[in-house]
Design a protein around this ligand. Sequence first.
Ligand code: B12
Ligand code: SF4
Ligand code: SF4
Length: 228
Amino acid sequence: MTRKPGVLEDIGAALVAHGLILRGGFAFADGEAAPAGISGLPARSVLLVGQAGAAPWPYFLQWRDGQARAIANPLDTWSREVISSVADEFAARAVSPSDRPYLPFQRWAMRAEGLKPSPLGILMHSEYGLWHAYRGALLFDTEIDVEGPREVIHLCDLCVGKPCLKACPVDAHDGAGFDHAACLAHVRGAEGGACREGGCLDRNACPYGTDFRYSADEQAFHMAAFVR
Ligand code: B12
Ligand code: SF4
Ligand code: SF4
């Protein structure tokens, strides 16, 4: 089934009211394993919802400041609330990157937007650089004829010096993997103040997408969640 005219624009408008954007999507192939849609049967298509730069941050802060008590995973909770309300409006089922078992958000994103991973594991976007993320996805029982990805430049292929592999004091990224334990020990330790307060030094060393870089406050928030 093809989409009703304007439905993608309507979903986009509902998300943008919270600083979120549609990040492309695709139809699952016949017989492909897919998570359930609202009917409980395997979904026929998915639209990814995410952020470019820090756009949702002020909306999230306003929501958090209005909560009666502290919430354990506030950004997750806010994202679920917002994306579920949009899902209800458009007959979709909302899922989250932190749902267990983990859904393959990065594989979906590569398929939807034609992105490839940077040496840090984070997908590299030709405009946003490393400063983007996925906050959820909408699963539909019908096919949605969303445009496939255009040919995308993978900036990391053109990046000669790869400064993202040189800034970390404990060399947690070596281009082949991520030494999670070494990173955690450093960030939690006496020498980890720069990472705790301003975010990952390797991520910040990338010269692309700097207009989309998250503020130090937002990076400190994500880092605190990461080391918890
Ligand atoms: C578990 C997890 C982690 C674990 C990784 C452990 C491991 N080695 O698997 C840890 C805790 C290390 C981690 C860290 C971070 N993560 Co993380 N993580 C996830 C999560 C929740 C599940 C990954 C997974 O297993 N998926 C299931 C498999 C089946 O899905 P997949 O798409 O096929 O899997 C891909 C990823 O697993 C990826 N991958 C494998 N190892 C690693 C390691 C890192 C650091 C990353 C980014 C990706 C990655 O490779 C697979 C193929 O592409 C995803 C959300 C999601 N549902 O995918 C976020 C996710 C991958 N993380 C993300 C981010 C941003 C981070 C951080 C950079 C930021 C943060 N949260 O503070 C840090 C990195 C810190 C650093 N110093 O570099 C983003 C990436 C967005 C993007 N632009 O690409 C995601 C998609 C969450 C989101 N909301 O957008 N993460
Ligand atoms: S510094 Fe270069 S290799 Fe590293 S993420 Fe940025 S563009 Fe890619
Ligand atoms: S957060 Fe700090 S310790 Fe961890 S990978 Fe980034 S620079 Fe290294």
